[in-house]
Design a binder for this molecule. Structure first.
Ligand code: FAD
Length: 413
């Protein structure tokens, strides 16, 4: 069996983007995934390149909304009672990350990674033959009251300080961008620099094809543990099988901390489970992505349908999905977009890989410079995939990273 320069664990959008970036820089790469490409969160997300979403989720604003949201068991944020004790340490860290100083620090780091990802996006799509999948339709955030709109203004001012363009709108102006919104939405903010992909699953499958076409191989298999050895890293798989590579990238999404644990490292990765329903194409004449921020969900036009989804359920990796959440968002979407045809949808749940301060982990493992972590992108894994891919390839080549990686240090907790 060949001994590649690099083994990437995980064939989601982060792992495959990193694998392609490494391949483009002349390294031989094998990707290992227990289910094959696009099996995890990367398949069913909302497809947004939300480059303007630079404010961390861990923020005073979320602390204000959380108590009200938690009262509704099918609302935007929920904690299943069976998981409450387990998630408590993560929640404490999240709460600590909401201080003013920490939010400013995270926003600056997030902005740097967003800028890098945006700069790399179109060249990466061109190099992988996926440019036709890019949509530049912006995002319309809508508000139901003047008070909700006013409460959003500090966030928009912070974005303005980071050079992000947006336009506040009244109902008539919104109708020019997106006809068919319920009159309950009296204000909105349009962000033109918010892009999306025609379909996130098809995009990852196209990346997988491109990676193979350039000589990469994708193997089906579970990675159980990593062991640094003198000339690289042993990758342990079930039944005693072992692969070897000079370097390994851990991009196993919400499961990555289990692999880190095999190296003696504890990383507080949790999952924010998210839900959606994908309706047939034509269910609504959607012209931009619409965010119902007060209700924690978005509606997105994909080439494969209209996707209604979002919500955060802090429920871990083992509890069964509660698809009443998908239904609850769909019911609201029908009220918010009265022309929406809610028939014929497919429901889905996915595991956002989330660290408590809303920043990913990008950097070396403590145990070895030959193991690189690239996980924990939370709500923004697709958005930040190209920037992360560049950073991973720089770490693999021992080159100076394009941005300061200290805020993303896997050892920061
Ligand atoms: C409802 C919802 C909406 C979202 N919307 C957006 C959006 O609009 N824009 C955006 O940027 N982000 C969005 N996200 C977040 C985004 O989907 C994730 O951040 C991103 O997909 C994470 O990518 P990943 O490659 O790290 O993980 P994944 O896509 O989960 O891939 C991890 C892979 O690792 C494999 N794996 C795990 N453990 C092992 C192991 N031990 N051995 C071998 N293989 C293993 C899995 O099979 C999987 O294929 C959304 C998420 C959800 C849930």
């Amino acid at each position: 069996m060949s001994r590649p320069d690099v083994i990437v664990v995980g064939a989601g959008v982060v792992g495959l983007s990193a694998a392609i970036a490494a391949q483009m820089r002349g390294l031989s790469v094998v990707v290992i995934d227990r289910e094959g490409p696009a099996a995890g969160a990367s398949a069913g997300n909302a497809g947004a390149f939300g480059f303007t979403d630079i404010l961390p989720l861990a923020s005073p604003g979320i602390l204000r909304k959380a108590p009200r949201w938690l009262l509704d068991p099918l609302g935007p944020l929920s904690i299943p009672p069976r998981y409450a004790l387990q998630i408590a340490p993560w929640m404490l860290r999240f709460w600590r990350a909401c201080s003013k100083d920490r939010v400013e620090h995270s926003t600056a780091a997030q902005t740097a990674l967003m800028d890098l990802s945006r700069a790399d996006l179109e060249p990466f799509l061109a190099a992988t033959g996926t440019s036709a999948m890019l949509r530049k339709e912006g995002n319309l955030q809508v508000y139901e009251s003047e008070a909700e709109f006013q409460a959003s203004l500090p966030g928009w001012q912070a974005r303005e300080r980071h050079g992000i363009a947006f336009r506040h709108m009244d109902a008539d102006q919104m109708a020019g961008i997106q006809p068919g919104l319920s009159p309950r939405f009296i204000r909105g903010t349009f962000t033109p620099g918010w892009y999306s992909i025609a379909d996130p699953k098809l995009y990852v499958l196209a990346l997988a094809e491109q990676f193979r076409a350039q000589g990469g191989s994708i193997e089906l298999g579970e990675v159980q543990a990593l062991a640094p050895v003198t000339d690289g890293v042993d990758v342990h798989q079930p039944a005693g099988a072992t692969r070897h590579a000079a370097q390994v990238v851990v991009a196993a999404g919400a499961f990555s901390h289990r692999i880190a644990r095999s190296l003696g490292e504890t990383i507080p990765l949790e999952t924010e489970r998210g839900y959606n329903t994908t309706l047939p194409p034509g269910a609504f004449d959607l012209r931009t992505q619409v965010t119902f921020g007060g209700h924690g969900f978005v509606v997105t036009r994909l080439s494969t349908g209209i996707r209604v989804g979002g919500a955060v359920e802090l429920g871990g990796l083992s509890l069964p999905p509660n698809f009443a959440r998908s239904q609850a968002m769909l019911t609201k979407a029908k009220a918010f977009l009265p022309g929406l045809n809610g028939e014929g949808g497919r429901q889905w749940m996915g595991f956002r890989p989330s660290l408590p301060d809303s920043l990913p982990a990008i950097g070396h493992a403590r145990a070895s410079q030959n193991v690189i972590y690239a996980f924990g992108h939370g709500h923004l894994g697709l958005t930040q995939s190209t920037g992360t891919a560049r950073l991973v390839s720089e770490l693999l080549l021992r080159a100076r990273p394009s941005i300061d990686l200290s805020p993303f240090s896997p050892q920061r907790f």
